[in-house]
Design a protein around this ligand. Structure first.
Ligand code: CA
Length: 261
């Protein structure tokens, strides 16, 4: 946990006891911590302090955590951990795609918060980075069928573009572009990496743990909720085709691509 760079955190929480607990926990992780008691002052502090991490209570005076996150996302790439007292609220929030990076349910232990924060900072940050250097396709829209291989034989020679298709979905792996029919979808790095793994082997059923290891790396086996958060976001961005999601939940196991054709 010894980092070269100094890290700063903003704790937006109206309950003074919980705020102190979070501040103390993050301080012990080496963060310089500032607190805010309501939505408006929290957003202002996020703007002036430009913190690396923001914990955001859902129920706040002024405006709530969802609105605060929406406003802050206009100017910050900070990691945002949204905190709610209700687990059913968390499920709804994940559905809303609030822009948060992770979610915590109260009551949580300092240890749990620490683990989540450590995990976030180990994850490669994607929002702030520039676009991948790959050249855009010469024409708008997905690659033409002639240039496309089927997902079943997707091992591309080194110099060729790897393009995967699955129903209405087209994925240009090297250009990191995704289309549904002719419409391009804007995915985060993690969402894109998840999608590529799923589409490369469309009949495979992936456990959450296996996706974690493959997309996030080996240290992630206990953070399966991350997979749920990002698969949820991915599904919403891809939408439904013929009334069905492209990524199917396999109850008790994990995920696989919906069958097409
Ligand atoms: Ca509150």
């Amino acid at each position: 946990m010894i980092g070269v760079m100094e890290r700063s955190a903003l704790v937006i929480e109206d309950d003074a006891d919980i705020r102190s607990l979070i501040e103390f926990t993050l301080s012990s992780q080496g963060f310089t911590v500032t607190g805010a008691e309501d939505g408006p002052s929290g957003v202002e502090l996020a703007r002036t302090l430009d913190p690396d991490l923001i914990t955001l209570d859902l129920g706040l005076p002024g405006f709530d955590g969802v609105e605060a996150c929406r406003r802050m996302r206009a100017f910050t790439d900070a990691y945002v951990v949204m905190i709610s007292a209700r687990s059913d609220e968390i499920d709804r929030l994940i559905g809303l795609e609030t822009g948060a990076d992770d979610y915590l349910v109260k009551p949580f232990s300092p240890r749990e918060l620490k683990a989540r924060v450590t995990a976030l900072f180990r994850r490669p940050r994607t929002r702030a980075t520039t676009q991948p250097p790959a050249a855009p396709p010469p024409t708008p829209g997905p690659p033409t069928p002639e240039s496309v291989q089927s997902a079943a034989s997707s091992v591309a020679p080194a110099d060729e573009t790897e393009v995967l298709r699955h129903g209405a979905l087209t994925v240009d792996v090297d250009a990191r572009q995704v289309w549904i029919d002719e419409e391009e979808r804007d995915l985060t790095k993690i969402e894109f990496d998840l999608l590529v793994e799923l589409v490369r082997r469309p009949s495979r059923v992936w456990s959450r743990e296996a996706l974690l290891r493959t997309v996030w790396g080996n240290d992630w086996a206990s953070d399966t909720h991350l997979v749920e958060v990002h698969v949820g976001n991915l599904r919403r961005k891809l939408g439904e085709q013929g009334g069905r999601r492209l990524i199917r939940t396999v109850r008790g196991v994990g995920y696989r691509m919906e069958t097409v054709g």
